[in-house]
Each structure stands twice: as C-alpha cells, then as structure tokens.
Design a protein around this ligand. Structure first.
Ligand code: NAP
Length: 243
C-alpha cells in the first residue's frame, strides 16, 4: 500500500455539486482530480484555488475510452486512487411519448453505461486503496419519479440498483459503495426553473428551500470518507421534499 497522499476522482467537478465535492475533499487533504466536459477554464481555476495538489481532466460520460483515459491520467500522476465520486450526470427531459427514443436511451447509456465504464477502469486501483469508496450521485427523481423525467428517472433509479449490487460484489475487497440522492439543489442544472415553478417546488420541500451544492458535498464526503460501516446505503438529502 502506497504511503503517498490519498486521492479522489470526481466526475463533473467543474461546476455545481461536483465542484463543491472537489473543494470539500481537498479540504480533507485528498488530492482530487476533477473532470470537465467543456468548462476547462472553470475546472483549472478550481484546482489552482485548492489547498492540496489537484488536477483538471477532460472527460465525456458514456465514452469508454474517456473513462479509461481519465483513470489512467490519475494513476500516472499520483499512482493511486482511493475515492471515486460518480457525479457527472446527463439530464434530458420529455415525456415518454415525446422524447425521441434514441435520446431516451442516450440518457441511460450515458448515466448508467458511462458510470459502469468508470467503475471498471477504476477497480484495480481502488482494490489497492486505503478506505476505498465509490459514491454515486443519483437523485430523488430516481426514487420518487417526476413527470417528464422517465429517461433521467430510469437512469437515476438504475444507479441505485447498480450500486447495491456492486456493494455486494466489492464487500470482500473492502470497497464501500454508496448512493447520494439529492433533491432540488441550486446549480446550473436547476437555474432554468422559472421563478413561479421554483416557488411552487419550494412550498413542497419541508425546509421550504432548494439545497446548496455545499450541503450536498458535505453528505458526499460523509459517504465517501467517513461512513466506514455503510455500504449499499442510499442517503437522501432533499430538505424533506420526498417525505
Ligand atoms: N442540481 C440538482 O438539483 C440535482 C438534483 C439531484 C441530482 N443531481 C445530480 O447531481 C449531479 C451534478 O449535478 P449539478 O446540478 O451539479 O450539474 P451541473 O451544475 O449542470 O454540472 C454538471 C457537471 O457535470 C459535467 N458534465 C455534464 N454533462 C457531462 C457529460 N455528458 N460528460 C461529462 N461531464 C459532464 C459538467 O461539465 P462542464 O462544466 O464542462 O459542462 C459539470 O462539471 C448530476 O448527476 C445530477 O443529475 C442534481
């Protein structure tokens, strides 16, 4: 086992929840590689601001070569990987009879198949890691459903089944696998929600507001780092929206 500092890979770390998780893991002294799809400048800026050495890497969810390449870059740079946070996600709304079937399957392929590629690429290194963990970022939409979200909801629900089976596969290796299911969070993904809908949604949240990316990141760090007797757990962080 290497005595080098522990390392994490956070997909979709250039903005929103992933950026907050990147900062929070770095604050815990992990070296973090955060990935971006197109926001290279944002990802690099985040890395320069972190207290511990960090890397910004390009990554395309759903592309197996990209998954192997991003894990390979982490291992070439730092020689180890201890925490994998599968945060990047693709959303495409539309009712089942209006969303083009190719696009519908594309959401599943990217979110489920894409994370499977990453898991496969990362497993050999995680098996050598210290307190190794895989944390999936799902959504309460995958638990409760949402009209107009059959593709996204299917993908996010599939991640829960994937993670629970994976937890059983990897228990003997000491790799914990957990799922975080956020509710409504203030990020670019929800920025387009009109004010009238925002107020209506907030009324249905027990805590009467959207969550912040930092609040989700705190829960992600708990699962990835602190929850040493949790595996196969689904942690809902939604201000009570799904009650
Ligand atoms: N926001 C919410 O209310 C909410 C609620 C429940 C669950 N979630 C889940 O939380 C995760 C993060 O959401 P967010 O709101 O923080 O999103 P966001 O602000 O839109 O940020 C998305 C991040 O993922 C990257 N990304 C997007 N599509 C990608 C793709 N096809 N391949 C690779 N990287 C991609 C983006 O890179 P670029 O910056 O380069 O584009 C960015 O770093 C997602 O899995 C989402 O489904 C969000």
């Amino acid at each position: 086992m290497s005595s080098a500092p522990r390392t994490a890979l956070v997909t979709g770390g250039s903005r929103g929840i992933g950026a907050a998780i990147t900062r929070a893991l770095s604050a815990r002294q992990l070296r973090v590689a955060c990935t971006y799809r197109s926001s290279r400048d944002e990802a690099e800026r985040i890395c320069t601001e972190l207290p511990v050495q960090a890397l910004a890497l390009p990554f395309q969810l759903g592309d197996p070569e990209s998954a192997h390449s991003v894990v390979g870059s982490v291992l070439r740079e730092w020689g180890r990987l201890d925490a994998l946070v599968l945060n990047a996600g693709m959303w495409r709304g539309g009712r089942v009879d209006t969303l083009d079937p190719t696009q519908w399957w594309g959401v599943l392929e990217a979110n489920v198949g894409g994370n499977a590629h990453l898991v496969r690429a990362a497993l050999p290194a995680l098996r050598e890691g210290t307190n190794p963990s895989i944390t999936f970022i799902s959504s309460v939409v995958g638990l409760r459903g949402f009209a107009g979200d059959t593709a996204y909801g299917s993908a996010k629900a599939a991640l829960i089944g994937f993670a629970r089976s994976l937890a059983k596969e990897l228990g003997r290796d000491g790799i914990r696998v957990n799922v975080l299911a956020p509710g409504y969070v203030e990020t670019d993904m929800t920025a387009a929600v009109p004010d009238s809908s925002r107020r209506r949604i907030a009324q249905r949240v027990v805590m009467r507001r959207f969550g912040s990316a930092d609040e989700i990141a705190a829960a992600a760090v708990f699962l990835a780092e602190d929850a040493t007797y949790c595996t196969g757990t689904v942690l809902v962080v939604d201000g009570g929206w799904s009650l």
